[in-house]
Design a protein around this ligand. Structure first.
Ligand code: PGA
Length: 249
């Protein structure tokens, strides 16, 4: 039996409401040949303002959909933030947390991200927890120290059954949006190491960082990589789904 692949698209700050409608005008035809493949789970994570057309399109196609961030408090004086109950009204089930752009551009700390992970789990939703090292950290040999800090901070107060519900995404910062992919061996090394640190061999671990049709097969064939978190290539249905087709063929 071949393994199940998670193909998750992180649109980042791309695709407006109307562009999301256009995406879903094209998506069903491209997805048609894959939609009954039980070894594939497709998910899309859109900006908040595109969640309505995303939810409508995703429900019709039977794919997972979610948001790219959330605040951990349920309501109150937090100008500019979005809460979990707000997302629940859109039937959101999955939320990306700790993406490197949140960490490095918006200064989110390990502590803040851990609170978000806990709140999302408490709400019965699935956190897609991102972690990974910068180029400087890799070159100075601190890759594993940094990732150990990021991972441990997110899971240290969680029960084993909560830890197993998180979807983990290893995204080396130097490979995101740069066209520079981690080699399959580099990605596999970290994903295998992460499983041991998390203490659960069965958790879902994705790789993210410039994944596209041309490099998908070798990455997704790695034993410890369960799928891909895709930025740039997820913005068009064809380049997105090509990643799975390339893996299968
Ligand atoms: P990329 O982004 O595929 O454009 O490198 C991946 C991500 O940041 O999730």
């Amino acid at each position: 039996m071949s393994k199940k692949i998670y193909l998750y698209g992180n649109w980042k700050m791309n695709n407006t409401y109307s562009e999301t409608e256009k995406f879903f005008a094209e998506f069903p035809a491209v997805y048609e040949p894959l939609k009954n493949d039980s070894n594939l789970e497709v998910g899309i994570f859109a900006p908040f303002t595109s969640l309505w057309p995303l939810s409508q399109g995703a429900k019709k196609c039977g794919i997972v959909f979610g948001a790219q961030n959330v605040y951990y408090e349920p309501k109150g004086a937090f100008t500019g933030e979005i809460s979990i109950p707000m997302l629940k009204e859109y039937d959101v089930t999955h939320i990306i947390l700790g993406h490197s752009e949140r960490r490095h551009i918006f200064g989110e700390s390990d502590e803040l991200i851990a609170k978000k992970v806990k709140a999302v789990l408490d709400a019965g939703m699935t956190p897609v927890f991102c972690y990974g090292e910068t180029l400087e950290e890799r070159e100075s040999g601190s890759t594993f120290t940094v990732m150990e800090r990021q991972l441990k901070s997110a899971i240290k107060d969680l029960l084993p059954e909560e830890i197993s519900k998180i979807i983990y995404a290893y995204e080396p910062v130097w490979a995101i949006g740069t066209g520079k992919t981690a080699t399959p061996d580099q990605a596999e090394e970290v994903c295998g190491w992460s499983r041991k640190l998390i203490g659960n061999e069965k958790v879902v671990i994705l790789y993210g960082g410039s994944v596209k049709g041309s490099n998908a097969k070798e990455l997704l064939n790695m034993k410890d990589i369960d799928g891909a978190l895709v930025g740039g290539a997820s913005l068009k249905p064809a380049s997105f789904l090509e990643i799975y087709t390339a893996f299968k063929n």
